[in-house]
Write a protein that binds this ligand. Structure first.
Ligand SMILES: [Fe+2]
Length: 242
């Protein structure tokens, strides 16, 4: 059946909360300078965004990123940001399920939510690494809730993997621009599939800079039902922020 697709409505981001972004400057492959991050805040505020959870990478590739150093950098940035924007900021992290994951767990995670239960986790894009399921199991035993960042981007993951993760009660976070093909055709197709299956709980930009957002967002066209689903996920985001 012929199905119309539409651009996101102008007020789509009104009051929105982004739960995944690399806006904290100079700490990973995200925004390189505070000036660029502050400019992004101004642009996003004009779009209507009102809350952002900053989620720098905690992984082997960034050994200097730990709870103390990142928290100090966040407090400095937050003070600067308050001078140019009313967007409320919170610090969390995106934890790679690698050899350092359990170390971060012992030191205390930076959580997505105010109740300190939701942990944003990612895996390698290329291959399934041994021990992922066991690490997630351990944190769930402690009452924590894994939120899988951009499941659509994992090349090794197939529909059976996704169904198993849902059975285990993992929550899923969509990268908005996966739907625009920013990460390739396979990720775009998987994003539409997971959306159709109703597997996503949350939505994030995973913004590393403003470039993709400004280039791809105006071109993004979705079915009305998909836009409604994204709006529902934005509501879930807000509840997470509290
Ligand atoms: Fe990310």
């Amino acid at each position: 059946m012929f199905s119309f697709k539409h651009r996101l409505p102008d007020d789509f981001f009104k009051g929105a909360c982004d739960i995944h972004c690399h806006l904290l400057p100079g700490v990973d492959d995200g925004f390189a300078t505070a000036e660029k991050s502050l400019h992004a805040l101004e642009v996003l505020e004009k779009r209507g965004v009102s809350k952002m959870i900053l989620t720098p990478h905690f992984m082997k590739d960034y050994p200097d990123n730990d709870r103390n150093s990142i928290t100090a950098k966040f407090e400095t940035f937050k003070a600067e940001a308050a001078k140019v924007s009313k967007i409320e900021l919170r610090l969390a992290a995106e934890y790679m399920l690698d050899a350092r994951f359990m170390e971060h767990f012992k030191q205390g995670f930076l959580f997505l939510d105010k109740d300190n239960t939701h942990v944003l986790c990612e895996t390698s894009y290329m291959m399934y690494e041994h021990g992922i399921t066991e690490m997630i199991y351990e944190i769930m035993l402690e009452g924590l809730q894994p939120v899988i960042a951009h499941p659509e981007r994992y090349e090794y993951a197939n529909n059976a993997n996704y169904a198993r993760w849902k059975d285990k009660n993992y929550k899923f976070q969509l990268n908005l621009l996966s739907l625009a093909g920013v990460y390739g055709e396979a990720a775009e197709a998987k994003a539409h599939y997971l959306l159709k299956e109703g597997f996503y709980n949350y939505i994030g930009s995973d913004m590393h800079g403003l470039g993709n957002f400004e280039r791809f967002l105006p071109e993004l066209k979705l079915k009305t039902k998909e836009i409604d689903q994204l709006s529902h996920m934005l509501e879930n985001n807000k509840k997470l922020f509290g």
